[in-house]
Design a protein. Structure first.
Length: 358
């Protein structure tokens, strides 16, 4: 798949958009040099269809995202893109929106313990994704269900929400904004670190540069203490995206008694105003869409109650170092508070041990 005609401008002979998106591309490279760059983005025929599902009609912008994720290093960006496409093929990601988590009662338990939802749009039209970090328990299902659910939200965002926003706001919208609510965050939640690292690695490697900014709200002391040592480990590009809003600086309608995620935030008790709830419009539309896609595939047998296993990527050295630093800092806080010195490992249940109403 040749992108030369899409990626080059004859006036100055440079890759369009790279001069502003990535400082290293200043338009001074020769045509011969750029020919080598383009050749690295010739994808094998068997990957072409999967790339189309990835770029959703915007191949140039997608290439720029992968380049930005690798700081303009073309060979590394090419490898990252090909690895992503192979991951999608091997794990049947293109079909994941036809794999509902059933029954609905069990999916509700997943939603109640993995707090994530879409609360609206920014003035510029970017979807606002809210994540209840502090009050997510991840205790109702195996790790595979939570990973499946997270990827489904990513895919629904990229295939349905962002194209709809592009049409509604009459401009190309390919990114979102995330608000991370730390209400209820405790040292004991360190047992979730491995799951969160898996989800973070999936996003970093396969959905790069899809979030413009992260807003961290209701951050307790434990987060502030960890942030001081973790911040220097992050890339400058990532640090610029993260903004921590102190409780005192939050508007009054956020600083409610018991403020925070899900039903604890003072939202409507029927769940319709709670963007984490299965009763919220976003999740209702998402789950309806997934079930419709499953029916369209005309499966020969009823959908079985089982998770959709996805290969977990190995976190890179930077992510591993950050996770180790967080664990170390939390351990220090444990010791300072006179708490138990030993933290249990990941306690998320296997498929056979899950709690279900089924």
């Amino acid at each position: 798949l040749e992108f030369r005609s899409r990626l080059t401008r004859r006036n100055g002979d440079h890759i369009a958009g790279y001069d502003t998106a990535i400082p290293e591309f200043d338009g001074s490279k020769s045509l011969t040099s750029h020919s080598r760059i383009h050749s690295r983005f010739r994808l094998k025929t068997e990957l072409a269809a999967h790339f189309q599902n990835l770029h959703q009609g915007y191949p140039h912008e997608t290439l720029v995202r992968f380049l930005k994720a690798r700081d303009g290093n073309v060979p590394k960006a090419h490898k990252m893109l090909v690895d992503c496409l192979n991951w999608r093929i091997q794990n049947e990601i293109d079909d994941i929106l036809a794999k509902p988590i059933v029954p609905a009662e069990f999916y509700r338990e997943v939603r109640d313990s993995q707090l994530i939802g879409m609360s609206g749009y920014t003035k510029e039209g970017r979807p606002v994704i809210a994540v209840g970090v502090g009050l997510s328990t991840y205790e109702k299902a195996s790790i595979h269900y939570y990973v499946q659910s997270h990827i489904q939200i990513n895919e629904y965002r990229d295939r349905i929400v962002l194209p709809a926003a592009t049409k509604k706001f009459e401009r190309h919208i390919s990114t979102c904004v995330k608000v991370l609510d730390m209400t209820g965050l405790k040292i004991a939640q360190l047992s979730q670190l491995k799951l969160l690292t898996v989800i973070s690695s999936i996003d970093d490697l396969n959905y790069p540069e899809k979030t413009d900014n992260y807003y961290i709200v209701n951050a307790p002391y434990i987060f502030s203490a960890c942030w001081k040592v973790v911040r220097p480990l992050l890339q400058e590009r990532t640090r610029k995206k993260i903004q921590i809003m102190d409780y005192a600086s939050l508007p009054h309608f956020v600083r409610r008694e018991g403020s925070g995620s899900s039903r604890y935030s003072g939202c409507s008790s029927n769940g319709e105003d709670d963007c984490f709830s299965l009763d919220h419009g976003f999740h209702q539309e998402l789950y309806k869409y997934i079930n419709q896609q499953a029916e369209a595939m005309e499966l020969p047998a009823p959908i079985k109650h089982r998770s959709f296993h996805v290969q977990f990527p190995e976190p890179d050295q930077d992510d591993r170092k950050i996770a180790q630093t967080i664990e170390s800092e939390c351990q220090k806080l444990n010791d300072q508070n006179g708490m138990a010195n030993k933290l249990d490992d990941l306690t998320i249940k296997d498929d056979g041990e899950r709690k279900s109403k089924a």
